[in-house]
Design a protein around this ligand. Sequence first.
Ligand SMILES: C[S@@+](CC[C@H](N)C(=O)[O-])C[C@H]1O[C@@H](n2cnc3c(N)ncnc32)[C@H](O)[C@@H]1O
Ligand code: SF4
Length: 353
Amino acid sequence: MLLYIHIPFCDSKCFYCAFNSYVDLFHLKQEYMKALKIQLDLELKKLKNKPLKSIFFGGGTPSCIDFNYYSSIFKSLKPYIDKNTEISTEANPNSASNEWLEGMFDLGVNRVSFGVQSFDNEKLKFLGRNHNKDQAIKAINNAKKVGYKHINCDIIYDTIKDTKELIQNDLNIIKTLPIDHISAYSLTIEEGTKFFDKTNVKIEDEDMARYIFSTLNNFGFTQYEISNFSKNEKARSKHNFGYWEKDNYLGVGAGAVGCIDETRYYPNKDIQKYISDPLKYEQIEPLEKEDIKFETIFLGLRSAVGVDINILNNNELKKLQILKDEKKVYIKNHRFYNDDFMLADEIVLYLED
Ligand SMILES: C[S@@+](CC[C@H](N)C(=O)[O-])C[C@H]1O[C@@H](n2cnc3c(N)ncnc32)[C@H](O)[C@@H]1O
Ligand code: SF4
């Protein structure tokens, strides 16, 4: 079982981001953390005393909450943490101070994921980020000094600002940093963001994506999902891998999503409503068998997880044979895998047709 905890506060809103986060409700931070603990205590009962595989603090911006506010959360979590539990937090370079990084490390966090997006100051401004290149480099080096073994850096590509030179510079900086994981996301234009409806923001450049993938590979980061690269298997994110393997997950906080035994549930997204009743879900959604099946195939083919052949019907098995003959997939131990994650959508569409 995985656990996701959502922190819906940010110091400022980036122009591309549609995650549930607020920049004007800071006075509610303390009350929010209390409500979070109430929901968490109830959710943890679903574990029946089994340890968690992974805990992920995401956002929003976990680093804009004082680390002391997390200590009661960790008291509740303690019985469900063992030596194998991955405990990750997202962090922004401007708010992840040395003190915050140390505080979270002492509470038990063992993986930190920095939203860097780029090391080019002009591109950072264009994206609406409130940190610069030097702050990002400093925060990553600080995390290493504090003792984090696993450090990730998020970057965004496919923006109008991306030239080969800019991307090359970013990758050259990445090469020098003490990180063992990269998440490289193609910019998506989301409704309700500043970038929505704007031209001159996003580009589609498959060659650039392939250049990024191959350069990261040359630097020793192996791609194990369309957007995720790790230095070795131990550095893979157990949390993300768990999602792609369709593990159950608990979702705690305003804007979190949980999924247990093929039913998704959504705590209230509105912070005020969440604080007034953290145990009331906004929505409970039983998933359709066919949707689960194609999501399993889609996630499996976009990653090194692969797909169990037994879930295919006879017609799909015939198509799988054709894909195998065309060397688009390969089969190992009753699972099929795709080496070129960029072809995942195409393969799923063909199987589904
Ligand atoms: C919840 S956010 C990150 C945490 C932290 N608040 C930060 O921004 O530094 C997770 C990551 O999703 C990526 N992301 C968010 N919106 C995106 C979009 N529209 N297109 C591509 N990547 C996006 C960014 O790389 C971001 O770092
Ligand atoms: S990218 Fe991160 S910092 Fe920016 S608005 Fe989204 S959650 Fe907040």
